[in-house]
Ligand binder design. Structure first.
Ligand SMILES: Cc1cc2nc3c(=O)[nH]c(=O)nc-3n(C[C@H](O)[C@H](O)[C@H](O)COP(=O)(O)OP(=O)(O)OC[C@H]3O[C@@H](n4cnc5c(N)ncnc54)[C@H](O)[C@@H]3O)c2cc1C
Ligand code: FES
Length: 281
């Protein structure tokens, strides 16, 4: 369905709906939670949901968190007339803390899917680059690519340690790994895996990336240097998730844009920098 801007994307139904947790798995410091969504359309990779717990939200010592938190889905599966949505979280504050504490059969409130997903160019050789918790939409994109005949992605994953990297193994990604402490794969940043491949200039590539702003900026700059298009799944603080609050704006060549509506996936060539203020990761 296309929206008011004429963009084709699955549209979120109005309001929040209850979704029960069906699985919870720890991967080192990360947690994956699967929830059953009976009321939303099938999302595309790069879209996100606004999540909150049913209980214990807006309370606590300092009252936080008041607002739901934005989370990309990592995997979607049809189950009967509903969807199983898989989220990958890192506990970095009150919101993610409460969500990661949920157990199987607990309920949460979800709204979505929101935003623009990745626009897959099947004519080009896809290169997927994930940094840390930015793995989530990259898993979803790889699932979409695997559904296409004859297309396979090259996947680079960067993690702080081997413990963090266990999440990539859980999702079955066929990837090359870089860890910052050298505990697994190549020691260093994931962009050190990407740069030599792009320098070789032996294929028509498109790069799809999600990760912390310094990683996205490094990807954007390497791609600009080699004149290769890239799509970056970005983050900024999101209060509503559907275009009403303007809390998520980021500067682009076309002026300020709301990341929740016009993103979170933006073309790298629309940006001077992916180092935007207020991004969490
Ligand atoms: C479109 C979109 C998709 C997202 N997808 C995911 C996802 O799939 N998984 C996920 O875990 N998060 C994801 N996030 C990030 C998540 O929404 C934020 O980190 C959120 O603010 C966390 O809420 P909180 O209440 O736990 O922490 P907050 O109170 O909001 O943040 C606590 C503090 O931690 C900082 N911080 C936030 N994240 C990190 C981090 N990783 N490392 C170090 N410091 C950090 C913040 O800047 C802040 O200072 C996404 C954000 C957006 C906009
Ligand atoms: S989060 Fe409210 S406008 Fe984007």
């Amino acid at each position: 369905m296309s929206d008011a801007l004429g963009i084709e994307r699955p549209q979120a139904p109005f309001g929040r709906r209850v979704a029960a947790v069906t699985a919870r798995i720890e991967h080192g410091p990360y947690v994956s939670l699967t929830v059953r969504d009976s009321g939303g359309p099938r999302p595309i990779a790069g879209q996100f949901y606004m999540l909150q717990t049913v209980e214990d939200w807006g309370g606590g010592v300092d009252g936080r968190p008041y607002l739901p938190r934005a989370l990309s889905f990592a995997r979607v599966e049809q189950e009967g007339d509903g969807l199983l949505l898989d989220f990958l979280l890192e506990d970095v504050g009150p919101g993610t803390h409460r969500i990661t504490e949920l157990a199987v059969n607990d309920e949460m409130l979800i709204a979505g899917p929101f935003g623009n997903g990745f626009e897959l160019n099947a004519a080009s050789w896809p290169i997927l680059v994930a940094g840390g918790i930015g793995l989530a939409p990259i898993v979803a994109l790889d699932d979409e690519i695997r559904d296409l005949d004859g297309v396979r992605a090259t996947i680079f994953v960067g993690m702080r340690t081997n413990e963090h990297a266990s999440a990539a193994a859980h999702y079955g990604l066929e990837h090359e790994l870089a860890t910052e402490d050298g505990s697994s794969g190549v020691r260093g940043y994931v962009t050190e895996l990407l740069a030599p491949l792009l320098s070789a200039k032996n294929a028509d590539h498109v790069v799809y990336a999600c990760g912390p702003p310094p990683m996205l900026e490094a990807v954007r700059s390497i791609c600009a240097e080699h004149e290769i298009s890239c799509q970056l799944a970005m983050e900024s603080g999101m209060a509503c998730g559907f275009g009403a609050c303007f809390g998520c704006v980021v500067p682009t060549h076309d002026g300020y844009t709301r990341l929740c509506v016009d993103g979170p996936v933006l073309d790298g060539d629309k940006l001077d920098t992916a180092l935007v203020a207020g991004a969490g990761h």
